[in-house]
Design a protein around this ligand. Structure first.
Ligand SMILES: [Zn+2]
Length: 362
């Protein structure tokens, strides 16, 4: 009888243990543009009623120039968030156990369509391709291969400005992680740049990741980036957008392993999260606007966790929904006030993610 009772307890404790092993995702996230000041109140309500209430614990806010920077007021966008505005977001996040991670696009994405963004508008000397003139009407493809401008990572002054912006954001957001973008960098190591001409592109990319990472590490802060420049676009069949066809991908073996990789794929649930994890990185799968792809990404992350040893398992952090429209557009669509095809898929994908979290406890 005693043996039977002992076996029963072993059985029960094994059950509890195996359930405890199925830990929820570390990251149940959303990544979107920071709100404009006139929508702040509604955004805070959204954080409380829709994010926190549904188990979302990570919010990457793409702030970029939407903040009243003191260090470089010339880089503020019009109608930017004030310090008081940001503190309201920080208080709401703290109260609701949401990790806030501010974002500024670094290296690439320094222009959009026919407009140069604030950094290169104010400091054109940082431009990697000074001879590429912004077209009046932007079209892709074009003769210059212009998707977005990049800053030159070897310009001796650029990090003074970039670090000042990062430091201010990290400070006001009271954050322990920073998202630097660094996706879709098409212009790197260009012949147009006297400093970068002829240099190894993977080493240039690595250098910039390391420079930003080391700056954050001084204050025990963590760097997050998108993963596309670290994947071989040709060998994987992923192409030049969600992977690299401009020779940056060997950087995957050169950048520090404590950088968190946001592995975005929008058309298929590509199994690249396993590749990043096997290389030693922590990784977050990032869907966009196709609910069925998002569900497959969730299932993949779940399967990778279930089939990995403990060390590897801990690197699959979870899933983060991305939003690629303005914050106000997304809120309009979320609350059903205005709907368009672009935002609807995005909203539906996020609703499915929330449904999954609520159903599974993940
Ligand atoms: Zn350069």
């Amino acid at each position: 009888m005693k043996a039977l009772i002992t076996s029963f307890f072993i059985f029960v404790s094994t059950l509890c243990f195996s359930q405890a092993m199925e830990l929820p995702f570390d990251v149940r996230g959303l990544c979107m543009n920071a709100p404009s000041p006139d929508r702040l109140k509604q955004f805070i309500k959204f954080m409380e009623d829709d994010l926190a209430a549904n188990g979302i614990n990570t919010l990457v806010l793409m702030v970029d120039f939407n903040y009243e920077y003191d260090s470089y007021p010339n880089l503020r966008s019009e109608n930017a968030l004030s310090k008081q505005d940001v503190k309201k977001l920080v208080r709401c996040a703290g109260k609701n156990n949401i990790r806030l991670i501010p974002h500024i696009n670094l290296l690439g994405h320094q222009s959009w369509a026919s407009r140069v963004n604030n950094l290169l508008r104010e400091y054109p000397q940082y431009d990697e391709t000074p001879s590429v003139v912004m077209p009046e009407k932007y079209e892709w493809p074009n003769d210059d291969g212009l998707y977005c401008k990049s800053y030159c990572p070897l310009h001796p002054e650029v990090h003074k400005v970039v670090f000042a912006l990062m430091d201010e954001l990290m400070d006001v957001f009271e954050a322990d992680a920073f998202h630097a973008g660094m996706d879709e960098v098409f212009y790197i190591g260009m012949d147009d740049c006297e400093r970068c001409r002829g240099k190894n592109k993977a080493e240039l990319f690595t250098g910039e990741v390391k420079t930003i990472r080391d700056h954050l590490a001084e204050k025990n802060q963590e760097l997050w980036i998108w993963g596309d420049r670290l994947l071989d676009g040709k060998a994987t069949g992923l192409g030049e957008w969600e992977a690299s066809e401009n020779d940056t991908y060997p950087a995957i073996d050169l950048i520090p392993k404590d950088v968190v990789i946001c592995d975005w794929h929008y058309e298929n649930a590509e199994p690249t999260a396993a590749f990043f994890a096997l290389k030693g990185f922590r990784v977050v799968a990032c869907p966009w606007n196709r609910p069925e792809v998002m569900k497959s990404q969730l299932e993949l992350i779940k399967a990778f966790r279930q089939n990995s040893n403990d060390e590897l398992k801990s690197r699959f952090l979870g899933v983060m929904q991305t939003v690629w429209t303005g914050s106000s557009n997304f809120l309009d669509s979320w609350y059903g006030e205005k709907q368009n095809d672009r935002t609807l898929g995005n909203v539906n994908s996020f609703k499915e993610l929330i449904k999954y979290i609520n159903a599974t406890g993940n």
